[in-house]
Design a protein around this ligand. Structure first.
Ligand code: SF4
Length: 345
């Protein structure tokens, strides 16, 4: 039983089967998350955990992702960490400095590679793909947090916006989020955890039904099916109207605004007609629209100019009439920006 791999309630059940109460399960979690102790023999010594559990905990010490480099941007302070899985696959995690002094949000990967095929995204071009296990997601958090603490800063949030489509790895991502939120484990506030999807309708509905308290961000790409098929080919199996309808069901059920992320591409999806189509699509659904300028090292897509973006923003204000936010996609110089994570550079 690796506590970093546990589903909600699983660790308590495991402890109960061995005649231990929920407090033991909490102390195990705390030993792993708060002290970063991965050797069960030390848990026994330091956390008053019964010795008879030692043999049941798993390989000793528990496996880790192998650190494979770190690069920090001199431009904006974003930092990218690269890890290797046991079979040598690369995955990346980004440290995002927040406005509040010393606060950092972690951008976590949920998969190696991604099958969604977004045409502006380097992760989609990776040839090897697989879901990350829960512990592999949690270990990104633990190793990144140790670095952040070493810098005298603290982790106050986590976003599942790194490599992969989180809802293609639904169970492991939600188990990891639950561990990050747990007060005996990661202690990150639920509202400071965001799960992003490129628009998988059944999973959005499942997420709504299950009543999770994490923020949801739905990445649209475009407001019409014709344009969306060009940008997010696999996600476009669901009409964009169905995606926004699912986002609306979430927003109404949770009584919140759902974040609609919109990658802005010069000459492609930032015209007056795009803003009008987006306004018609959204209607009175409570949303916040996050505008993200595309970063495409291949040069196929260009970000809008300052004027083009401002015009689009003005048009959205007229047609959508709800909060429009420009989301800074940092670390461009170190290939850490949205859509550039590919385990290289
Ligand atoms: S943008 Fe996200 S969903 Fe699309 S290919 Fe890249 S990682 Fe996957």
């Amino acid at each position: 039983m690796d506590p970093r791999d546990a589903r909600p309630g699983e660790l308590e059940a495991w402890a109960a089967e061995r005649g231990c109460d929920a407090g033991v399960a909490r102390r195990l979690l705390s030993a792993v998350f708060k002290e970063g102790v991965l050797d069960p023999s030390r848990w026994m010594a330091e956390s008053q955990i019964p010795r008879r559990l030692a043999g049941d905990v798993g390989p000793i010490p528990l496996p880790r992702l192998t650190p494979d480099g770190s690069v920090a941007s001199p431009v904006d302070g974003f930092q990218k960490l690269r890890f290797r899985t046991a079979e040598g696959l690369a995955l990346e995690t980004v440290l995002i400095p927040l406005h509040k002094e010393g606060a950092v949000s972690l951008c976590l990967s949920s998969q190696v590679g991604c099958a969604m095929g977004c045409t502006f995204c380097a992760t989609a071009r990776m040839t090897t793909r697989r879901n990350l296990r829960t512990w592999e997601i949690v270990d990104q958090f633990l190793q990144a947090r140790a670095i952040v603490h070493g810098q005298g800063r603290r982790v106050t949030g986590a976003v599942f916006m790194g490599m992969g489509e989180p809802f293609l790895n639904y169970d492991n991502v939600l188990a990891a989020a639950d561990l990050l939120r747990c007060s005996s484990a990661g202690s990150v506030a639920a509202k400071a955890i965001t799960i992003s999807t490129v628009g998988l309708v059944p999973e959005i509905d499942r997420y709504t039904r299950e009543g999770h308290r994490y923020r949801l961000a739905v990445s649209l790409g475009a407001a019409t099916d014709a344009k969306r098929k060009e940008l997010v080919p696999v996600a476009a199996r669901w009409p964009v109207a169905d995606v926004v309808a699912a986002a609306r069901r979430y927003a109404l059920a949770r009584r919140t605004r759902v974040t609609l992320a919109y990658v802005c591409i010069s000459g492609v999806n930032v015209g007056e007609d795009d803003a009008r189509a987006l306004g018609e699509l959204i209607g009175d659904t409570p949303v916040r629209v996050d505008l993200i300028e595309v970063t495409d090292p291949t040069g196929r897509y260009r970000p809008p100019s300052i004027e083009e973006l401002q015009d689009f923003r003005d048009a959205l204000t007229r047609h959508v009439g709800q909060p429009i936010v420009r989301r800074y996609s940092g670390g461009k110089d170190i290939q850490a920006a949205c859509g550039t994570l590919a385990g290289a550079g």
